[in-house]
Design a protein around this ligand. Structure first.
Ligand SMILES: Nc1ncnc2c1ncn2[C@@H]1O[C@H](COP(=O)(O)OP(=O)(O)O)[C@@H](O)[C@H]1O
Ligand SMILES: CC(=O)N[C@@H](CCC(=O)OP(=O)(O)O)C(=O)O
Length: 259
């Protein structure tokens, strides 16, 4: 049994594909026989659709959704509500036992607002993953949505890659980022097998890496360097790649730590 907790972040687009979602949880059930797993999930597409359906416009700055306080009920409802509970229900449907929580549950992960211009957007400031560890130890699969809160009780919208970064660091775990692409793509749309900080900086400057992938690669570089371990970026459409990457890192993009 591998000793590190495997922290898997999945992008919210997975929720729109019921077959893939089911295949993902079937695969996790198998992996959990060997290694404890924690899932941190997004739901950006779901939030976007919800806000649009409500006639609310929503902008992003540097890959982060500007979240006015009046959008918070919908963002929380989407991420910690329907997205989180659909995942819990799908895990149950494949015979696994998941518990859906948010960064705010248990009260031991503290968030703050790094940039008031973004509204109620949070970042994890400090804390520990006590509730997550308790759930793992008792055999449950924690499914963590990226809703946090500050010390005044204000609910905050945290980017899910950054939420996964914080959870992976607190658990000193092994991090995999699953998205809707096969890895980080070069200008010819081919997967780049190995990513370093220098290459990422170059590709960001050249606008080959843009949007959400900028947040994702920076997250991966930060965690890889802090934990001195490689981080995988893979496609959630092929859940069998999780075990393949854990065995030999021969798929997707492997983000390497800085020396
Ligand atoms: N160089 C790149 N390689 C791969 N994806 C990229 C790149 N640059 C930008 N992207 C975009 O980043 C997206 C993944 O980031 P994001 O939308 O935040 O995903 P998720 O919701 O899975 O976390 C891809 O769907 C793609 O549109
Ligand atoms: C502050 C911020 O950007 N929050 C994100 C949280 C969800 C998320 O990150 O979802 P994906 O992983 O599916 O992109 C948002 O509102 O879209």
């Amino acid at each position: 049994m591998a000793d590190k907790i495997l922290v898997i972040k999945v992008g919210g687009a997975l929720l729109e594909d019921a077959d893939c979602l089911r295949a993902f949880f079937l695969e996790l059930k198998k992996i959990r026989e060997q290694q404890p797993v924690v899932v941190v999930h997004g739901g950006g597409a779901l939030v976007q659709k919800l806000l649009t359906d409500l006639g609310l416009s929503s902008q992003k700055k540097d890959g982060l959704r500007i979240t006015p306080v009046e959008h918070i009920p919908y963002v929380v409802g989407g991420l910690a509500g329907s997205a989180n509970k659909q995942m819990v229900a799908t895990a149950k449907a494949v015979g696994d036992q998941a518990v859906g929580i948010s960064l705010a549950d248990g009260g031991d992960i503290h968030c703050h607002v790094p940039d008031p211009d973004l509204g109620c957007v949070g970042q994890v400031a400090n804390g520990h993953a006590g509730l997550i560890e308790t759930l793992v130890k008792t055999g449950y699969l924690p499914l963590v949505s990226s809703i946090g809160c500050d010390e005044n009780g204000q609910l905050l919208n945290v980017n899910a890659d950054q939420a996964a970064e914080a959870v992976a660091k607190m658990l000193a775990g092994q991090l995999l980022l699953l998205s809707d692409v096969d890895g980080i793509l070069d200008a010819e749309k081919k997967v780049i097998p190995q990513m370093t900080k220098a290459l990422a900086n170059q590709l960001i400057a050249d606008k080959v890496i843009t949007d959400g992938m900028v947040v994702k690669v920076n997250t991966a570089l930060d965690v890889a360097t802090e934990l001195q371990a490689p981080i995988g970026i893979l496609n959630w459409r092929y859940p069998n790649l999780i075990s393949q990457w854990l065995n030999d890192q021969s798929c997707g993009t492997t983000v390497q730590p800085n020396e």
